[in-house]
Design a protein around this ligand. Structure first.
Ligand code: ARG
Length: 591
């Protein structure tokens, strides 16, 4: 009998096979296998009820038929699992200790996990659009989420076997460049002179530029900005050179932050890249009858939609200039044609929900009319980061909190903790731990919340060593490593494990059961595109581990018991480490 990595999926396969052999089941039956509460066994198949309802038959009789057939599968016939009908027609499935032991023994580390999870998205090309900041502005705390959530989502998708294209769709084209170029020229500002601080200067110039425009009632300043914009759009060499410098300066500043957060885009194709690709969009939308001219603008209405029947998707502006919507349509087509995207995942905050809903609706109709293959599209959005007063987070003086400063502060705060807790470590080690703990803590605080909710940013909570935090999980990992060092053993060493006897105590079995749920946690996090499912899982796993650890001595004299407990420790640590890496957090062997 083969032991599969993803137990729920394997059971679903067995239940489907059994149903196929039953007289009263047809292909509309869905097994509905999910992890069960421990008192009901390990898994439950609850597809019989809805199926019986759709066929207007007795669920209990159907469940009996299915159970009789399922019992013939080797898993049940050989006694590795047992089966019971419960309630009106649920199938409760309990896996034997031997099965759990065999699973634990087989799935040792990340390489096996990846093989096992790898089938979820294998063969698929998924474009993940993040962190996609706008140029000419410094990143502030709000830019944390696209990076942190984007990275976790991309890593999860990778892990499930997809070919992932991390496409950084920067905002590097728009009317703001007219104002900015006007302000730069007016002040005679030399963009090369500012060094590391250059992006802050660009931001200042832009603010001053808009203030000048506002203050000038004659409108001449505004005209100047517009003229600079037109020159840029027409390819004037001076303005193009300035624009290129602004974009390069922005990207340099962003890259410092990407490096701190381990964000590595595969391609950076900003809005400007699509300048020459929007005309085709206007033509095709017009020719298929989806778009119409309105006041010089090109717009798409969705008559079947309660709001977008009146609130159109503006795909080209009145003055003929391209905009965010038109560019995004061109981008989606490019991703299909150039990267062969089967799926595109966009990451932005919740304020862009309407934009993406309109984008997806428009693309659906347009792709169908043109006979293009439509990628699956998802918008991964999130709520705001709040200060401890429950309002949008700002500094005391009302300034934005710049991201680079925030991340540096996280490392400094973690460093102070390390200095206090582990004064004897080397300078290098202390700094390495401070980075992992500080940046990990900021990341985890963000990822562990259901992303669609706002959350409160609180240093004390995110750096706490108790509770659902990165320091707690990192500490759990480091403790297990320290246990192995003390026991003179290597995690996952096959020689040690060869001696292991079957799992026995309730705590051993509960821990094994939780370890076996890792594939489901990953599957749920990717299918929902919500990394907090994985965080919750890791936190619970660490809890089950500590229950086990407190109740069952690991380093005992009986070689077989010691071996099986060390094996559980090894699996726990490799699962925690894999999970943390998927979240973008660097696990440590000592703290
Ligand atoms: N640059 C945009 C912003 O900062 C996000 C872009 C998201 N990607 C996209 N294809 N629209 O709001």
């Amino acid at each position: 009998m083969e032991i599969a990595f993803d137990t729920a999926r394997e059971l679903a396969r067995l239940v489907s096979l059994a149903a196929a052999a039953c007289a009263d089941f047809d292909e509309t039956f869905e097994p509905g296998v999910r992890p069960a509460e421990a008192r009901f066994g390990d898994y439950q198949a609850n597809g019989v009820l809805p199926y019986a309802k759709s066929k207007r038959t007795n669920p209990r009789a159907l469940a009996q038929q299915l159970a009789d057939e399922l019992a013939k599968a080797p898993l049940f016939a050989e006694g590795m699992a047992s089966l019971e009908i419960a309630g009106p027609g649920f199938l409760n499935i309990a896996l034997s200790s031997e099965y759990k032991f065999a699973w634990i023994k087989k799935f040792r580390d990340e390489s096996n996990f990846a093989d096992g999870a790898g089938s979820l998205l294998s063969g698929k090309t998924v474009v993940v659009d993040y962190p996609s900041p706008n140029t000419a502005k410094q990143m502030h705390i709000g830019h944390l989420r696209p990076m942190v959530i984007g990275e976790a989502v991309a890593r999860l998708i990778d892990f499930c076997g997809a070919k992932t294209v991390r496409d950084n769709h920067i905002g590097d084209w728009g009317t703001n460049f007219g104002t900015l170029i006007m302000a730069i020229k007016r002040e005679g500002y030399d963009l090369d002179a500012a060094g590391d601080n250059a992006l802050a200067q660009i931001e200042r110039l832009y603010k001053e530029g808009t203030a000048l425009e506002k203050a000038d009632e004659t409108g001449t300043v505004r005209d100047q900005s517009r003229a600079e914009l037109v020159k840029l759009q027409e390819g004037d060499s001076e303005n193009t050179a300035l624009w290129e410098k602004i974009v390069a300066t922005s990207n340099r500043a962003f890259e410092r932050i990407y490096a701190m957060l381990g964000v590595k885009p595969d391609v950076t194709l900003g809005e400007s890249f699509y300048r020459d690709k929007v005309q085709r969009i206007y033509d095709e939308l017009t020719e298929t009858g989806l778009a119409e001219e309105s006041d010089g603008a090109l717009v798409v209405f969705h008559p079947e939609h309660p709001r977008f029947n009146e609130q159109p998707f503006i795909v080209r502006k009145k003055d003929g200039a391209s905009n965010y919507a038109g560019t995004d349509l061109a981008t989606l087509l490019y991703r299909r044609e150039h990267f062969g995207a089967d799926e595109v995942v966009y990451l932005t905050d919740g304020r862009q929900r309407d934009h993406f809903e309109q984008l997806f609706l428009t693309a659906q109709k347009w792709f169908v009319k043109k006979g293009y293959e439509l990628p699956r599209t998802s918008h991964v959005w999130w709520g705001a980061i709040l200060g401890e007063d429950g309002k949008a987070i700002k500094t005391r003086s009302g300034e934005p909190i710049y991201l680079e400063a925030l991340l540096n502060e996280a490392v400094e705060r973690a460093r102070a903790i390390v200095d206090e807790k582990s004064p004897d470590l080397s300078e290098d080690e202390k700094q390495q731990i401070a980075r992992a703990v500080g940046l990990g803590a900021v990341r985890y605080a963000d990822l562990s919340q259901n992303r669609t909710q706002d959350y409160v940013f609180a240093w004390d909570k995110l750096l706490a060593f108790e509770g659902n935090s990165a320091p707690y999980l990192l500490m759990a990992v480091a403790r297990v490593h320290s246990l192995f060092r003390k026991a003179g053993a290597i995690p996952g060493d096959p020689a040690t494990e060869a001696e292991a006897s079957c799992l026995e105590t309730p705590e051993e079995l509960a821990l094994a059961r939780k370890l076996m749920l890792f594939p489901e946690a990953v599957a749920l996090a990717v299918s929902d595109l919500r990394p907090h499912h994985l965080c919750t899982y890791l936190y619970e796993l660490a809890g089950d581990f500590s229950t086990f650890f407190n109740a069952n001595r690991v380093v005992v004299d009986e070689a077989d018991i010691r071996a099986r407990r060390l094996m559980l420790c090894a699996r726990t640590v490799s699962t925690l480490e894999t999970g943390l890496r998927l979240l973008g957090i660097t696990p440590l062997e000592r703290m």
